[in-house]
Design a protein around this ligand. Structure first.
Ligand SMILES: [Ca+2]
Ligand SMILES: [Ca+2]
Ligand SMILES: [Ca+2]
Length: 345
């Protein structure tokens, strides 16, 4: 009987261990969640000269952002996030376009299948009050520090800071950076200098880490508002495509390029072409034999049928929450991206 009991306990334990992620893996997601606002009018959000704060997303506004719509939005986002990692949810999730940290706590506490999460959140001076954050599992990572890099906009509406954070997974340091670079509104060419400035600031963050540890495991993620082959990402930040590994010298590699096809696949559709403006970019440390390593072939764009527009002019595009002021009740105007980091053997 004693023997039987210990077998049962042992098998129960084995079951729990295999039901969870192995501890030597980090499953990472990035998701531009498209304007996740609460329904409370915050008059101080943000008191910028040409920012209108959260006024677009309150009850009675043109978008008429009601508590019902807010709840439906949280439920939809959670469906995508909980579905990551074969239904186990991510270990680390970078997000942008969130009004404040409270909407993220509503998402985690109200809807995550695993609620054992903390946040690294940066309230930026963005004129629409949209911010970026890193959500991470408490039982897998310990937060060490965070540093924010402002992007000078020279008289334009302020934008989001770029955030770097260091974590420890056991004794292994790992760095994540979340980015939401200035958009192409006002024209791709006219707005290009702002993305170039953002790229310079992100590179500063990378170089500061590499100056302390040239083999550091750094994963940048974000909505960079430009494709992998555009100047800010490829030339200024210097993120080469993974196909060039071994042929080119670089300190950063764009891990998402293999899943991009402008004719068929990206994270956002614009004028009939697929853009890949949501990217993962890794340091050389993610390809060496210490700490964490990028798992080759693990990058996915979450674009399963339910997340797409079913019919009409935009069939196949991300099924979004709003088209202009028209409520559609979808998920986001971007698809999420995911990858896996594994402990180097
Ligand atoms: Ca609000
Ligand atoms: Ca805010
Ligand atoms: Ca490494």
């Amino acid at each position: 009987m004693k023997f039987l009991l210990s077998v049962l306990i042992l098998s129960g334990f084995t079951y729990i261990a295999s039901a969870q992620n192995p501890s030597d893996t980090l499953f990472v997601g990035w998701y531009n969640v498209e304007n996740l606002f609460d329904t409370v009018n915050n008059p101080n959000a943000y008191n910028q000269p040409d920012g209108n704060g959260d006024d677009e997303y309150i009850p009675g506004s043109k978008s008429d952002w009601t508590p019902e719509r807010y709840q439906a939005k949280l439920k939809n986002l959670a469906q995508v996030i909980n579905g990551m990692n074969n239904g186990r949810g991510p270990d680390v999730l970078g997000v942008c376009e969130v009004e404040n940290q409270y909407v993220l706590w509503d998402l985690i506490n109200g809807h995550f299948i695993n609620k054992n999460f903390s946040l690294v959140f940066k309230e930026s001076q963005d004129g629409r009050s949209i911010d970026i954050a890193i959500l991470y599992r408490n039982d897998k990572l310990k937060w060490d520090w965070m540093k924010a890099y402002g992007v000078p906009m020279e008289g334009k509406r302020p934008t989001r800071d770029i955030v770097f954070a260091k974590f420890l997974s056991g004794d292994k340091p790992v760095y994540f950076s979340v980015n939401h670079w200035p958009s192409k509104s006002g024209g791709a060419e006219a707005s290009e200098p702002y993305r170039e400035k953002a790229a310079e600031r992100t590179l500063e963050g990378v170089n500061e880490i590499l100056a302390t540890d040239k083999n550091a495991d750094i994963l940048l993620m974000g909505d960079f508002n430009c494709n992998p082959d555009e100047k800010p990402l490829q030339t200024i930040l210097g993120a080469r495509t993974v196909a060039e590994i071994g042929k080119e010298k670089s300190q950063l590699w764009n891990l998402t390029t293999p899943v991009w096809n402008p004719e068929t696949t990206g994270t956002l559709q614009y004028k009939g072409k697929w853009d890949l403006i949501d990217n993962f970019i890794g340091s050389n440390g993610l390809f060496d034999k210490t700490g964490y390593q990028f798992l080759d072939g693990s990058v996915s764009i979450l674009n399963y049928p339910e997340l797409k527009e079913k019919e009409g002019k935009y069939a196949g595009s991300p099924f979004r929450t709003y088209a202009g002021a028209k409520y559609l009740g979808g998920f986001s105007d971007h698809f999420a991206i995911t990858l896996k980091l594994v402990v180097s053997k």
